[in-house]
Design a protein around this ligand. Structure first.
Ligand code: GLC
Length: 474
């Protein structure tokens, strides 16, 4: 770019001499500032992967549109209430741990409340632990009596979950932990071939039941493949069985194969373009109910995380850890309801949005669909001193995006539809005449129509911007 005198003046007029320094962009989120690493990429595609790939777009269309799901961790560990790894953290022997199964007494149809909550929160699908690492099956099975129907609950909790989700029109996902701390072969299968055979048959058998007995299932969410690798789990055969029984299902990548989507955990990281991904995260720091864990995330944090996922074309799977009777901790309800309320008016900026080249900053996040940019302004600027000294003290609200391409055609507040005035030049797109107080919380969304795909690339643009008394003679 040729930095003519006119260009330099126009820059100084807008930002003043200190303007450049004010452009320190926060480097706080992984998605915005790291190039996709493909860190989730695993081994080369297998024949089963290639077969799945042929139908992937059609199977995943609803999931890409959905963007936001509810994860539910519920099991015997909920009775202890000290995190879902309590058995291992505390070295609880199996006979003692098994006693919990007789003291697990959920209230009737707890899952209905979860499904209604998910609906109010704007979540479009639910994924529940059918069997976590502890080995207890929340479903009725012929393969072990260590299951909800034959122990304390006296009924099939997975069936209740499926019916509850369907009643609210939500998609249904099964979490299934391959790792099993209860099964006698669960660890020695690594070194003892007869044990591996038994344990793999048991595992495939349980998955077969899950894929057979509950009607249409939308997601199979494998977890922890320790201590075997994909070959030892016979994961290709596992997925083939799953797709034979549930042709429209999508599966994740935690049985050692690529599956349909990657699963960054407790952080947000986009996969390489073209690869679907879902970031799963807790609301506090535990997946299972942990009564002393008060590290709750705020609605602001959740809305921002959701936008960050959407910005990278990914989904956000947000966990609740119900109490042993199935009640959801009150704070979880409050946070989810606040997020749902925001989505009621701003869902357009999340659902069905597409991956974009949009670098966020500390004040705002961005999503897009086609040529429409959504500015999620979470830190509302309030009174902004004008760069023009004549109007310096006139109350006004201005915020701007440096390096936004291409031309903006119109802008409006998503909540009210009210038109927003703006100016745009080669450096900056500036919204003017906004109300002093933020019209919406946790983030105000401004819908901006552009005449091409919106791109915000500070990293590429900033080195080109003129600097006062730096390398320029005036
Ligand atoms: C990890 C944890 C497990 C949790 C899962 C969710 O694998 O071990 O407890 O269920 O993450 O992604």
């Amino acid at each position: 770019m040729n930095w003519s005198e006119g260009t330099r003046r126009s820059f100084l007029k807008q930002f003043g001499a200190a303007g450049a320094a004010a452009f320190a962009v926060a480097n706080s989120d992984v998605l915005a500032h790291s190039a996709p690493t493909g860190a989730q990429a695993g081994p080369a595609p297998t024949p089963a992967d290639l077969k799945q790939a042929a139908t992937r777009d059609a199977r995943m269309a609803w999931w890409h549109e959905a963007r936001f799901g509810m994860f539910i961790h519920w099991g015997l560990y909920s009775v202890i209430g000290q995190h879902e790894w309590a058995k291992e953290y505390q070295g609880i022997p199996i006979p003692q741990y098994e006693i919990l199964a007789r003291h697990f007494h959920p209230k009737p149809n707890a899952a209905r409340d979860w499904a209604r909550l998910a609906k109010r929160a704007g979540q479009k699908y639910m994924v529940m632990t059918t069997k976590h690492h502890e080995g207890f099956c929340n479903f009725d099975t012929r393969l072990t009596d260590y299951n909800a129907a034959q122990q304390g609950p006296g009924r099939d909790l997975v069936r209740e979950f499926v019916e509850a989700a369907r009643a609210e029109g939500l998609r249904v996902g099964f979490y299934y932990s391959l790792m099993d701390w209860h099964h006698p072969d669960g660890a020695i299968c690594k070194t003892d071939e007869a044990a591996r055979r038994r344990f793999v048959d048991y595992t495939h058998g349980l998955i077969r039941e899950l894929m057979t007995n509950y009607g249409k299932i939308d997601i199979l969410w494998y977890d922890v493949s320790w201590p075997l690798n994909a070959e030892q789990w016979e994961s290709e055969r596992m997925n083939e069985m799953v797709f034979q029984l549930q042709p429209d299902i999508i599966v994740n990548n935690r049985n050692g194969l690529e599956g349909d989507f990657a699963t960054p955990e407790q952080h947000i990281e986009a996969s390489a373009a073209g690869r679907a991904w879902e970031s799963c995260m807790t609301l506090n720091d535990s997946w299972g109910f942990n009564r002393a864990d008060n590290a709750w995330k705020t609605p602001e944090a959740i809305v921002d995380n959701l936008a960050t996922c959407a910005r990278g074309g990914g989904n956000y799977l947000l966990n609740i850890g119900p109490e042993p009777d199935g009640s959801v901790p009150l704070i979880s309800i409050e946070v989810l309801e606040a997020v749902g309320k925001w989505l009621d008016t701003n869902g357009k900026a999340i659902y069905g949005t597409e991956r974009g080249q949009l670098q966020a900053n500390v004040n705002a996040n961005y999503t897009r669909r086609g040529n429409t940019l959504y500015i999620h302004q979470h830190f509302w600027p309030g009174h902004t001193p004008a760069a023009d000294w004549l109007t310096f003290f006139q109350p006004q609200v201005v915020f701007a995006i440096g390096g936004l391409k291409p031309k903006v055609l119109s802008a409006r507040l998503l909540k009210t539809g009210q038109k927003v005035e703006f100016t745009q030049d080669e450096f900056s797109f500036r919204l003017t005449g906004m109300p002093l107080a933020a019209p919406e919380s946790p983030a105000t969304v401004i819908e901006v129509e552009c005449d091409g795909e919106p791109v915000i690339d500070h990293a590429a643009e900033r080195p080109l911007w003129p600097r006062y008394k730096v390398g320029i003679s005036i």
